[in-house]
Design a protein around this ligand. Sequence first.
Ligand SMILES: [Ca+2]
Length: 271
Amino acid sequence: MKLLLCGIVLLGVACQKKPVPATPAPAVIDNRPAPEWKSHARLAYEVVQELPHDAEAYTQGLLLSQGNWIESTGGNGTTTIRRVEKNTGKVLLKKDLVANFFGEGVAELNGKLFQLTWKNQQGFVYDAKTLEWQKNFTYSGEGWGLTTDGKSLIMSNGSDRLRYLDPNSFRVLREVVVRRDGKAVDKLNELEFIEGEIFANVWYTEEIVRIDPADGKVIGVIDLTGIDAKETRRNPDHVLNGIAYDPAARELYVTGKCWPKIYQIRLVPKK
Ligand SMILES: [Ca+2]
């Protein structure tokens, strides 16, 4: 098994030698004018509404799918993939993973859900409707956050690098180095592709960085200080992690690990 895995890893490295050129971020996403927040580099937030969230769910990946949450939770023995009713927090469908898999990011593409694991170097593909397992895939290094631009899977691994993966072969298509004012931004965690940008939680911070997919530059920062009452966190690990977006309604949601709430927020210029 180790030899086989090594072969796959080596193949992955070999494939990286032929880089695929970056796709520039489109200036116009659809016929609507760009959201107002795009013209500000420093953003704060206003809470629009609070929705219930399972305070036992160690959120590692969050997205909206057909009006419901899809959530990947982590922990040894508490790893799940689940569909949750958006307004009530009721778990509609849930699959538990065996205890040695520690769940991480999740993304939906082409009718499938892709779920990463932390150190197992294995991900899982599910049918997006039924959550039926379809197959495993492998990658090198750790798995943290996952999202998609509609073509590729985009993954973080706790470093300052984002990797673009082919959703069929899982080949590494390209790697983006994330820099903020020229300095590396590491510990990139949960991701969401929003209006042509990549939003990323930064582990153990109250900030979301907005990344230009073309060159990895941080083009803006969202300060979420004070969004939850930190004193109610039962564990210091229960940090901000979880970004979901409804592109049609242009609604943005954030949560954290084991937070009792998901917050719909409006982005406003930071004073
Ligand atoms: Ca997300």
